[in-house]
Design a protein around this ligand. Sequence first.
Ligand code: ADP
Ligand code: ASP
Ligand code: MG
Length: 404
Amino acid sequence: MKRLVLKFGGTSVGTIEKIKKVANIVQKRHNEGNNIIVVVSAMSGVTNDLLKKSQSISKNFNFEELDTLLSSGEQASSALLSGAIIDLGLKARSWLGWQIPIITNDNYTSSQIIKIKTEEILDFISNKGIAVIAGFQGISVNNRITTLGRGGSDLSAVAIAKFFKTDSCEIYTDVEGVLTTDPSINEKAKKIDKISYEEMLEMASLGAKVMQPNAVQAAMIDNILINVRSAFSENSGTKIISESEIDYKKVVTGIAYSKGNAKVSIVGVVDKPGVAAEVFEPIGKNNINVDMVIQNTSLDGKNANITFTIKREDLSKTLSIIEKNKQKLNYNKITHDDKLAKVSIIGAGMISESGVTHKMFRSLADEEINILAISTSEIKISVLVQEDLTQKAVKALHKTFELN
Ligand code: ADP
Ligand code: ASP
Ligand code: MG
């Protein structure tokens, strides 16, 4: 008898009809003789609506209250799904994070899971019960409800797979698995059968929404095999596994993008030790994440321009921090652009292949797409482009790297 975690995302439980379909999938897997733990997200759109409500009260809505609020979407969906399973004549019960409990630290809105108590649920599932756990939530050591960051039900599923030592962790979603790129912007996207943790982590961090980056990282650390698959078809999905089990035939595995980036250039700062630290220290202290950084020096070596990227919503705060620091930085001017996107190619096959960079740049040049910044790692190359060129860039690269 196998013990399985089946996680259903918001898109899979977005309507009452879909919840009933999910109950049927759960029933089928249960009837195959498996012990089942279900993890469920809020119905799609619910968490966004709750977030909007909090923002209409305050831009600085209290984080503890925000977590109590946002977690309520999963309270509703877990009860609805559990009720639908009971209605099929099976034994089921919903559990909220605090009832299990799933203990987290008190880093509200993006908490880390410390421990999950397993006895009660293990007893329930070994007596033919189906446990339905509300994803995305836990309880802090201070007895307050916490959440695990947006998309955090994926992390709930991975952590449950770890603490309950399950045989597999299946992530059901609205697409066939992890695809070569986001099918909503390129209809030529193809399902990837196997992808390594490292590649999936890059894809997820660089914008592929299909898995939450923290969930991939947690799975990588504990070697938890993940199967991403469709809630609406029987097809086998994508296995996320270790790199040693994959035979790379293609240089690039997938293409990801993220919109909503902004670029700031500080022009004409004096080029001396400590300038970059002076620029970035106050930005970091304000919890603003800096992504790409480029520095170039004038021909006479006296001045430098520092360019960096941040999220669009952090732009005005960043500009005011730099302006406040003008006396120390002594720059000429600041320029900025807030309608940019980052487009990335990802693939472990790149490690052993030369010429990937120029192939990428040539492909974009042929489409007359200007590259505004570049960053690389062993298995990815990212470029910054105008946001309205995102789809064109993704399609061109998808074709160039033979993913169509
Ligand atoms: P869920 O509600 O199941 O958590 P998400 O909306 O979080 O689903 O993630 C699934 C969506 O991720 C897909 O509908 C798709 O548009 C998007 N996506 C982006 N990049 C990819 C990719 N490379 N492969 C598959 N889906 C992707
Ligand atoms: N409902 C949460 C969100 O929208 C968690 C999730 O869907 O995984 O972010
Ligand atoms: Mg998701």
